[in-house]
Design a protein around this ligand. Sequence first.
Ligand code: WT7
Length: 636
Amino acid sequence: MSKYHIQGLEEYFQVYRTSVDHPEKFWEQIADEHFSWQKRWDSVLNWDFTKPEVTWFAGAQLNITENCIDRHLATRGDKTAILFEPNDPNDPAEHITYTQLHKRVCAFANVLKDQGIQKGDRVCIYLPMIPELAISVLACARIGAIHSVVFAGFSATALSTRINDASCKMVITSDGSFRGSKTIDLKGIVDEALDQCPSIQSVLVARRTHTDIQMKEGRDHWLQPLLDKAATDCPIEVMDAEDPLFILYTSGSTGQPKGMVHTTAGYMVYSAYTFKNVFQYQEDDVYWCTADIGWITGHSYIVYGPLLNGATTVMYEGVPAYPDWGRFWQIVAQHKITQFYTAPTAIRALAKENLDFVEAYDLSSLKVLGTVGEPINEEAWHWYNDNIGKKQSPIVDTWWQTETGGIMISPIPFATPTIPTFATLPLPGIQPALMDEHGKEIHGNQVEGRLCIKFPWPSMARTIWGNHQRYKETYFSAFAKMYFTGDGALRDATGYYRITGRVDDVIIVSGHNLGTAPIEDAVNEHPAVAESAIVGFPHDIKGNALYGYVILKETGETRNHNNLRKEINQVITEKIGPIAKLDKIQFTTGLPKTRSGKIMRRILRKIASKDTSNLGDTSTLLNPEVVEEIIENALV
Ligand code: WT7
């Protein structure tokens, strides 16, 4: 019985048992049977959560792109690896076969080498969802450069912070990007960012929008002429199992984003294994994940996981509403998509529109539907199940994180019975634990607590770039010898998990992970602002929206409050990006604080959510009187 592909509930339980009883044997067999290695490992797993230190397949040597591309050339050379669907529905889709992908990745890798990029160097990729994005990721991996993809919706300030944190040597970008009917001046954003980035030596620019842009002599190079001259074969760089593959930033409880470091072998094994099982990918399937490669979902389940399995993976450049709200379904029908993976926020937005947009298209190719990024509410789940899956396609509600590298808790379609709002059962190798507030594990079923993982899995992030101490404090200090996820969860009578949401200062807005601290830092930069506190409140489409409480420096501030609100959101857009804009801004004279000076966000959250009947214990507040004022002026 091959453990690589699970095909029923009984089999899942058996495999899960083996993975917990004999984790090293379990992962070793998968690693042996499904990947190419330049050298086999000396040990499967070494770990110590107190340091914390984890290695998988130590001593092994490999290159992940050999496994993503070269390994398939003999059997799948003419198969489409990447199917690119452009923003404009009138432009033709592009089918990139495995043979063509090999050539394009090799040529790109040679360009990187010509530009002086070597193994271990960091390369920042700031590109829209065009083939060059996936190709540049793979080109970095081929030569052992560490890619740091920054989502192309981030602002110049956010981009420069990330470039500087990892001392990147190069930026790969494009002249501009298309998003629906808009054209965005990406290169202009890069130019602005690079005023603050001394480590950058060169910039490669892909042509997409043909926008008129500035090219800085000696620093900026058009990509295509360099590719045209490059050889289309490039030997792999032989990497150690634990060499970093990429850095990907996620927000945290301080202003500085955390550069999560993922390493080579464990990430490869786990992203491939989970892709195969969670999506039940079959040879002729056409798989589409609507995420952006700028997020972990795109890294693991647009690029690496699918290609490691020799799959056809769709990259869509545009947005769900262009040219109209039927676009997703038109793409599903046109390319006969078999697996469709998206975010609850997108489902809620689509569900608000007329059903004619769905019914105009033949969705009968669909076999599996997926969601990721935030809890899915029951209504959205049913809309998805009824109208997209026609009650025939199981929905996999996949819980995981940038830090986990791969899906952790999810149904296995056609095996695990699904229930709306439940991510259901841990995948093989994943050992969840629910913890109480005293740091003790809560055993048994029908319990709720903080979600931890008590045993290492191959694709866990190994550190925060340049700050191992912060890694330890953030993930391994709340509970002894446990990885703490930051989420709350409950386990029902059958052992199914339901993720209840963040229990820390992270708010998930439209599936994007936003820390309150960086947004507060941005708001406080407005010259009129003295102090601020940001909380989330429930929102029909976005899941959560942001509510800001702002104290102005001068109480007699004469400027129009609505203008101030616009200005504050402008600062946020500049410092972080439009995704972090506040939906509501309430001006107040004070914030509820404890005697130690900590803002009581619990109270602010309740007020923003119109839930003021029971504010809990306010006796420890330094300034209880301010709560009345805030409730009176609340924007609800
Ligand atoms: C946080 C991680 C992992 C891909 C995208 C987000 C929330 C993620 C689910 C789900 C409930 C979910 C959690 C998690 N989350 N998936 N299926 N059900 N919540 O990655 O930006 O690192 O965010 O997203 O709160 O901790 P991320």
